[in-house]
Design a protein around this ligand. Structure first.
Ligand code: ADP
Ligand code: ASP
Ligand code: MG
Length: 844
């Protein structure tokens, strides 16, 4: 006997099974897109399974219901609407007038037949499961015909294959399961020859045949099952389910906005998830693949370049014991109680078989450890049937009072968590229960699957969303996959500080000319924060900015939360963000918030000078923390606003130069003030002018004290290796001692008292042919800032208004230092500098 060849070796060409989901097939453009995907050149042959056009199965169900109710007018109207919809799609995919006319005639016939069928049901007022299926299969048959017509119109060889003879089933109307061996035979006989002739077969999904040849459906979402059954029989190289979601996600994204794509799931995990109600896959879709290694891909129809989710025999992401969770709503909890259950074997088995015979699917079963009761969940609308079935099955026990009775509670939901890693990690259940109780969710019943692949709980339906979010957070599912949904095309910004600079930045962002525009996901101020993982809208941002401008606090605004900046950043950072950046445009002590951001793997952009001029140990530990997390710290605007000071410094050093000294005027505020006074204006008037233009720190004494310049000097000196602290910087304050401690309003009231002293100072300098400038002078050894009378010939004497000047003396630029001059204060230039830093972090 010749050696048996492995089955796969007899495969001549690789086969791809594509399934186009209903949600994706909305209109003619979508059908054209599906056709493009089928025709996209590839070495494999494509077998296509299609769902009904979006919403059509529901519409056909409505026709069935109208017919059952005897409402002929409603039937007519609904059929007409469906007819029009399909005709529109047909017209939108076929250009050739003759071909189009033929297709439209076919549609006329198909809908006439549907109408007749509806009228027939209406006159009998009876709808058997068989007739209902006979009606429902039309959605898939029609869309498959449309796809075939579209392919033929593109000169492709395509053929419609009737599913009734191809997918052989057990014949259970409304939820048939394929007979795999029989289907294998049909596939060999019907599909293989087509593939050999390079014909593209198109098969209506969701549809099968009963043993006696009638049409039957595979249950809602059944096209997934059609695809996997065919993929199995054909030993396809892969099965691709094109859907309206970016992949199989950690949970239903409509329920939990931070849901993430799971890049890979083991088949057992995905099967469990489908079985426990994740709507994304038909509950039994993966059963046919239990013994064959055909990977399934769930991919976004809208973005065919995205990888989606791979479902295969691999086991990855082992750090996550729980990979996904699902919620099933509209459940009824049936409880069977009684002493008679104690030790009596087979109660559970009898319960199951009673329900199975009544055609009721049980989504969860849980037995109390006392064996005093059994709880199970069934779809809410079958609650009464379940009770009746059980009362019949246990009539004897009930009459003998061995069973106390049956209780049916409607309004329940089940929540299941799934993951292969659960078996090996203790404490998963308790984490789940604790997170639920913290969220205030009451657990009505608990069940653990015998596979240890899942834990399910029954909760009240109104708690479903809160429960899903709590469990999703507990298992950090918003972090799965590392990159998340929007890795490539997003950069999420958390804005710390919504003052003048922050608001200016918000105004500038929409005008960014980049493929990827930064998205503001959070705003943080001293009171608290607002956060929207999908990004705050332009309208929301404008409203917050306006409210901040008139002195409001974020915590008190719509959607606002209370908290310190560090708490806000930690909370926000626990969500799935894309390339998150914390932008600090405050003038506060923000080190704790910045550290929290780094721990959450954010990059940092700061205009705030305080963090980097903090005590040396703190700055060193901050830089070390950033290094371990790979966070970048950009702070161009800490010195000279938007002027390229840090950038120039970095370039000098990178090219091997050594900076020996940095001098300059780095306070636009003091520059403005001193030039104004130099023109003969009183000090008080000049300062008020500077404040009203937004040139000063909120408390102008931060500028006048020289502290602002001293901080800049310290930041620059530290770049050069200065090992000291602020106490080692010599600072000359321009605020007389008597004015340093008074409250800000009092200080502002008394400004004119200082006018005379200032006028005298200027007069003395003028007499010597000099001008007054507030100057910083930093070297690796020594840092000084203070008022200097500089000769008129000195470059610093030529500075006007808020202009800054920074002078680098380096090994290369020794005789003629490198000088950078330009506007160095004001919200606009500072915000522009901050934006520049943000854009450095943004993918181009
Ligand atoms: P198809 O178009 O193939 O029939 P479905 O509509 O059946 O696709 O499945 C996709 C829908 O499933 C999504 O719109 C989504 O709301 C829902 N869904 C539920 N759970 C998940 C999950 N874990 N991942 C992705 N989608 C999910
Ligand atoms: N059209 C059917 C449904 O809506 C089957 C499917 O889409 O898979 O359930
Ligand atoms: Mg579906």
């Amino acid at each position: 006997m010749p050696p048996l060849r492995p089955r796969s070796a007899s495969r001549s060409v690789a086969i791809d099974v594509f399934k186009f989901g209903g949600a994706s097939l909305a209109d003619a453009a979508a059908v054209r897109h599906a056709i493009e995907l089928i025709l996209d050149p590839r070495p494999s042959r494509v077998v296509t399974v299609v769902s009904a056009l979006a919403g059509v199965t529901d519409a056909l169900l409505a026709v069935a219901e109208s017919a059952r109710a005897g409402d002929v007018d409603a039937v007519d109207e609904q059929v007409t609407r469906l007819h029009r919809r399909h005709a529109q799609v047909a017209a939108g995919i076929i250009g050739n007038a003759r071909v189009r006319a033929r297709l439209l005639r076919e549609l006329d016939e198909a809908f006439e037949e549907l109408r007749t069928l509806g009228h027939g049901v209406a006159s009998l007022r009876e709808l058997t499961p068989r007739t209902k299926d006979f009606l429902l299969v039309r959605g898939e048959q029609l869309s498959a015909r449309l796809v075939v017509a579209g392919l033929l119109a593109r000169s492709a060889k395509a053929e419609y294959v009737e599913a009734a003879t191809l997918i052989r089933t057990d014949g259970v109307f409304g939820g048939a399961f394929p007979d795999l061996a029989a289907t294998d035979r049909e596939v060999r006989a019907q599909l293989r020859p087509l593939l050999k002739k390079r014909v593209l077969p198109v098969i209506p999904g969701f549809v099968g045949g009963t043993p006696d040849g009638a049409l039957v459906t595979l249950g809602r979402g059944g096209s997934d099952l059609t695809a996997t059954v065919l993929g199995r029989s054909l030993r396809a190289q892969r099965i691709t389910l094109w859907k309206d979601v970016p992949g199989l996600m950690t949970t239903d994204p409509r329920l939990v906005p931070t849901a993430r794509i799971v890049p890979q799931l083991n088949v057992r995990e995905a099967a469990e998830l489908a079985y426990y109600g994740a709507k994304v896959l038909h509950p039994r879709a993966l059963i046919p693949l239990a013994r064959v290694r055909v990977p399934v891909f769930v991919r976004p129809f809208a973005d065919p370049t995205a990888p989606g989710t791979e479902i295969s025999v691999r086991h990855t992401l082992t750090r996550y014991p729980v990979k996904a969770l699902s919620i099933v709503r509209s459940q009824a909890l049936v409880t069977v109680t009684g002493n008679g259950m104690l030790g009596v074997p087979g109660i559970a088995a009898r319960t199951f078989s009673a329900l199975q015979q009544a055609g009721i699917s049980v989504t969860l079963i849980s037995q109390a450890s006392s064996e005093h009761s059994i709880c199970l969940c069934v779809p809410a609308e079958r609650g009464a049937d379940a009770r009746a079935a059980l009362e019949t099955a246990f009539a004897l026990e009930l009459s003998r009072r061995e069973l106390e009775g049956m209780d049916v509670q409607r309004g329940m939901a089940t929540l299941a968590v799934v993951g292969l890693g659960m078996a090996g990690s203790p404490g998963i259940a308790s984490r789940m229960f604790t997170s639920l109780s913290k969220a205030g969710v009451n657990i009505v019943a608990i069940a653990q699957g015998s596979s240890e692949l899942n834990i399910s709980v029954v909760i009240a339906e109104p708690d479903a969303e809160v429960a899903a979010r709590a469990v999703h957070d507990e298992f950090q599912l918003d972090k799965i996959g590392g990159g998340g949904l929007r890795e490539d095309d997003r950069l999420d910004v958390v804005l710390l500080g919504v003052g003048l600079i922050g608001r200016e930045l918000l105004r500038m962002l929409p005008r960014v000319r980049r493929r990827v525009k930064p998205t503001i996901v959070g705003l943080v101020d001293r009171s608290g924060f607002v956060f929207e993982p999908d990004g705050l809208t332009a309208r929301q941002l404008a409203a917050y900015a306006k409210a901040k401008e008139s002195g409001g606090a974020l915590a008190a605004m719509r959607g606002g939360h209370k908290g310190t900046a560090a708490e806000a950043v930690a909370y926000i950072g626990a969500h799935a963000l894309a390339r998150p950046v914390l932008v600090d445009v405050t003038a506060h002590e923000t080190l704790p918030a910045i550290r929290a951001a780094i721990v959450a793997n954010m990059d940092i952009v700061m205009a705030n000078k305080r963090p980097l001029s903090a005590p040396r140990v703190e700055v060193e530990s901050l830089r070390a923390l950033a290094a371990t997390h790979g966070s970048r710290l950009l702070h161009e605007t800490t010195v000279g606003a938007g002027l390229p000071v840090m950038d120039s410094y970095a370039k000098l050093v990178e090219t091997g130069d050594k900076v020996l000294r940095i001098e300059g005027c780095t306070s636009g505020t003091l520059g403005f003030l001193l030039t104004e006074i130099g023109k003969g204006r009183p000090f008080s008037e000049s300062l008020r002018d500077a404040m009203s233009r937004g040139f000063t720190e909120p408390d102008p004494r931060d500028d006048l004290s020289g502290m602002d310049v001293a901080r800049k000097a310290l930041i620059l000196a530290r770049l050069m290796g200065f090992g000291g602290d602020m106490k080692d910087v010599t600072v000359e304050s321009l605020v007389p001692a008597a004015y340093r401690r008074m409250p800000l309003p009092t200080f502002l009231m008394s400004l004119s008292q200082q006018d005379a002293a200032w006028a005298d100072r200027f007069a003395a300098a003028t007499k010597q042919g000099r001008v007054l400038r507030y100057v910083l002078n930093a070297s690796p050894k020594k840092v000084e800032v203070g008022l200097r009378a500089v000769p008129l010939t000195h470059p610093l004497a030529g500075l006007r208004g808020t202009d800054n000047q920074i002078v680098f003396t380096t090994r290369r630029y020794r005789e003629h230092p490198l000088v950078i001059t330009g506007p160095g204060a004001g919200p606009a230039v500072t915000a522009a500098g901050v934006l520049n830093d943000i854009l450095q972090l943004t993918p181009s």
